[in-house]
Design a protein around this ligand. Structure first.
Ligand SMILES: [Zn+2]
Ligand SMILES: [Zn+2]
Length: 298
């Protein structure tokens, strides 16, 4: 992984992919050997698809099977483009060299042979299944491993899983652009996740425990006495895995003070009692605020 790829959030998952045994070397062995001139048959194009994954899959990684339309090597001719039983013949225009030279004044100009496209051979009888191109459109299921820690916009490169090349030329690459679905509770910033938890004002005043969500389930969160609204608690290593590093980010839980919007008669009666005894003991925010007001309007 070089630095540039890091900056652009690109991840090469070819190595992970090979473990599934459908890597890009399927056709390479068949045609690639011998070091012959292969300039004509062009490498398959790269493919790019957008895939949407869940928040949890992005956090922990996942294996996904995706179906993509792409060119596959023609099974009838084995990707050669020649009708089965017929043979490729040596190109007469270049004598099988794939290049032709012509003299232009003092110079000898060498260029790729037009007739065979540089391959040195021509197909005498084209395969009828693929029209001599050696590949056909098909739908293909591909297993990909989504690495833990990917985020929206990350581009996963799967080496050799793009379009099949013409007449057995090597495949292009497959790029998957990740979209992570939003979570109902969590918001993500890099490897850290954020959530808000309502705390009733009695618990916030006296201290206690509330239930808080994490990516792995519910936990009990201790609320110290005198906790103000907006206070955040940090849960270390409860965030998302770092994509290019060990460990995980943190989770931040922000306290929302929750007041009864429709208090019962009993609550009203007790709160009025509370108000009477609270007059001479305001909270710290009210104290600093009143001091500022005094200075402003003295
Ligand atoms: Zn064919
Ligand atoms: Zn030729």
């Amino acid at each position: 992984m070089d630095d540039l790829k890091d900056i652009f959030g690109e991840v090469d998952i070819s190595d992970l992919f090979r473990s599934f045994g459908i890597g890009g070397d399927m056709y390479g062995g068949q045609f690639g050997g011998g070091g012959g001139r292969r300039g004509g048959a062009s490498r398959g194009s790269d493919l790019e698809f957008q895939i949407e994954i869940s928040f949890d899959d992005a956090a922990f990684g996942a294996e996904k099977t995706i179906t993509i339309p792409r060119y596959e090597a023609c099974e009838t001719c084995g990707g050669t483009g020649a009708k089965p039983g017929s043979k490729k013949e040596r190109c007469t225009a270049c004598g099988g060299r794939g290049q032709v030279s012509s003299s232009s004044g003092f110079f000898n100009v060498v260029r790729t042979c037009d007739r065979c496209g540089g391959e040195g051979t021509v197909i005498k009888t084209p395969c009828t299944a693929c029209g001599g191109r050696g590949r056909v459109k098909a739908k293909r299921n591909i297993k990909v491993k989504i690495p833990a820690g990917v985020d929206t916009g990350a581009r996963l490169r799967v080496h050799g899983e793009g379009e099949a090349g013409e007449r057995g030329a090597r495949r292009g690459d497959l790029y998957l652009v990740i979209h992570v679905k939003p979570h109902e509770i969590f918001e993500r910033h890099g490897a850290d996740i954020y959530c808000e938890v309502p705390v009733d004002f009695v618990t916030a005043t006296l201290g206690g425990e509330v239930e808080a969500p994490t990516l792995e389930g519910k936990i009990k969160l201790k609320i110290p006495a005198g906790t103000q609204g907006g206070k955040s608690f940090r849960l270390r290593n409860k965030g998302i895995a770092h994509l290019h590093d060990y460990g995980r980010g943190d989770q931040l839980v922000k306290v929302q003070i929750d007041v009864p919007s429709n208090p019962t008669q009993d609550q009203k009666r007790l709160l009025k009692e509370l108000a009477k005894v609270s007059e001479r003991n305001p909270g710290p925010l009210a104290q600093t605020f009143m001091e500022k007001m005094k200075r402003l309007f003295k």
